[in-house]
Design a protein around this ligand. Structure first.
Ligand SMILES: [Zn+2]
Length: 91
């Protein structure tokens, strides 16, 4: 049972995890709070793509997960990483 799901969210989580663990962002905080803030901020600046079935998920995932699409999605993620890095909401 899949209910409904935003495929963009799935893609953003994967790309954010990859980016913050990559060599470009070694100096950035990787705590759960910062990671969640980066994901939320990125998703606020990206269109949502909701699906209600596994076939739909596969179709939209393949459509979104192309090199050109990953490029502009990553652009928003990089912006979010820098905003959160500059203004972390730590306790
Ligand atoms: Zn942090």
């Amino acid at each position: 049972m899949i209910g409904y799901k935003n495929v963009m969210e799935e893609i953003v989580i994967a790309l954010v995890t990859m980016s913050i663990n990559g060599p470009d962002y070694q100096t950035f905080c990787k705590c759960e709070k910062c990671k969640n803030d980066i994901i939320a901020l990125s998703l606020n600046n990206l269109p949502s793509h909701y699906i209600t079935s596994e076939e739909g998920r596969k179709m939209v995932y393949e459509k979104l997960n192309t090199p050109e699409n990953r490029k502009w999605i990553n652009k928003r993620i990089i912006t979010a990483i820098h905003v959160v890095g500059k203004y972390p909401k730590h306790d």
